[in-house]
Design a binder for this molecule. Structure first.
Ligand code: GUN
Length: 283
């Protein structure tokens, strides 16, 4: 049986490190990092993510503000909220939970966030800095994945990695980060031919498509490292994109769902909020 990389356990350790750091920053600056999250509408998943983000901040000794708005809010009103948070010196991180209603241009909202407070790392400048390797704020899920891989000292140099999924939030940035760590990266997606053959070549598989059983045991080689980003509900049960039960004996390392990548995303967000705070304070 492969070793399970528990995001839940690793998160406990990293969040404790963040809490200790926040105490030190408070002594140094007389202030703590403050994350403002804007939540538009009633999407149940978004509501639960935002609640978890707020709770994690508070537990780490940081300040959290959640601004809840009805989904009838206009684009102009939402942009005004973002701009006000940008100019509020007591706020160090600004996050607008996605998705937002269709009548609002998501790009305009992301572009409006002050890059120094962009804890999601979604602003095009941060994305550009990431591609150039220029000290960016990294998006939370990819950063969490890298933290998990590094926590087990898994060698990436020269390894073949396949990322299944090409989203802006996960697939593309994960590919960039693994490439920076000297892995040879393939990005697969819905139109990819011969996915099984490609997966069988891979030393590391990152599955981020949002479809259960995308990766099955016959698609992986012995000793593979599996990072499962999927969150799917099947018969009322949360499962990832990989067939955990049948893959776990072939894998050298595997992340579970739930309790894998999910908790690490919020942990990385806490780290990013501290990072933004420090950068602002040092200016
Ligand atoms: N919706 C799903 N994941 C995320 C995330 O990481 N950040 C934001 N802002 N919205 C999300």
């Amino acid at each position: 049986m492969g070793e399970i990389i528990s995001g839940k356990e690793l998160s406990k350790e990293v969040r404790e490190e963040v809490r200790v750091k926040v105490e030190k920053l408070k002594a140094l600056y007389g202030a703590v990092p403050h994350l403002a999250v804007v939540l538009v509408g009633e999407d149940p998943a978004s509501q639960s993510y935002v609640k978890a983000k707020g709770r994690a901040c508070t537990k780490a000794g940081m300040k959290s503000t959640i601004i809840r708005k009805d989904d009838t809010i206009t684009e102009e009103e939402l942009l005004k909220i973002v701009k006000d948070l940008n100019s509020d010196d007591s706020v160090h991180g600004v996050l607008v939970q996605l998705p937002i209603p269709k009548h609002i241009d998501e790009n305009k909202v992301i572009d409006a966030i002050d890059i120094s407070k962009d804890v999601d790392g979604f602003h095009p400048l941060n994305v550009g800095y990431m591609h150039l390797g220029r000290n960016p704020i990294l998006p939370a899920t990819p950063k969490g994945i890298l933290t998990m891989i590094k926590s087990k000292n898994i060698e990436l140099k020269g390894k073949d990695a396949i990322i299944i999924g090409r989203s802006n939030i996960v697939g593309k940035p994960v590919a960039m980060l693994l490439m920076k760590e000297h892995a040879t990266v393939t990005i697969a997606h819905s139109r990819t031919k011969n996915l099984k053959e490609k997966c069988l070549q891979a030393d590391i598989i990152v599955a981020a498509v949002g479809r259960a059983n995308t990766v099955t045991a016959d698609m992986v080689k012995d000793g593979v490292v599996i990072i499962d980003v999927g969150v799917n509900r099947v018969d009322g049960k949360l499962v990832g994109d990989c067939d955990f039960e049948n893959i776990k004996d072939k894998a050298s390392y595997i992340t579970p769902v739930p309790g894998g990548v999910g908790p690490m995303t919020i942990t990385s967000l806490l780290e990013n909020t501290v990072e933004c705070f420090e950068r602002i304070m040092k200016k």
